[in-house]
Design a protein around this ligand. Structure first.
Ligand code: NI
Length: 136
């Protein structure tokens, strides 16, 4: 029997979406308020889900305390209160969109979750806008 265990988490971070090879006009058209030159913050909400077989001994797919600790160590401690453009090397030459942040989070967690289990990351950039990433 398979089940999905999910854990919610949260972090605050600043970003700017911008391409220096585009005109100011094009940047504003494509990225809107997220192009603000002085950065701006989002309250990111995260749902990490692990799907796998229910262990007959424990009744768990994954101990949610372990999942919670993994998110704290590899996501919250790395991204919370950071400027994503300046503080996270992955975004040195890549826009910190919700899509790309979800990929970073998934990549950070994947090594710590049993490969027999599926991993899914849902990242809310605003209460209404969110992205799902499950690996490629
Ligand atoms: Ni933004």
């Amino acid at each position: 029997m398979k089940a999905t265990v999910s854990r919610k988490a949260h972090f605050n971070a600043a970003h700017r979406l911008h391409r220096s090879d585009w005109s100011d006009e094009k940047n504003t058209t494509v990225f809107g308020k997220c192009n603000n030159p002085n950065y701006h913050g989002h309250n990111y909400e995260l749902i990490v889900s692990v799907t796998g077989d229910i262990d007959p001994d424990t009744g768990f797919v994954i101990d949610v305390k372990i999942l919670s600790d993994l998110i704290k160590e590899h996501v919250e401690d790395v991204l919370d209160h950071k400027n994503l453009n300046l503080d996270v090397p992955y975004f040195e030459n890549r826009n910190p969109t919700a899509e790309n942040i979800a990929v970073v989070i998934w990549d950070k967690l994947r090594p710590y979750v049993d490969l027999k289990m599926d991993l899914e990351v849902i990242l809310f950039e605003t209460p209404r806008n969110f992205v799902t990433y499950k690996g490629k």
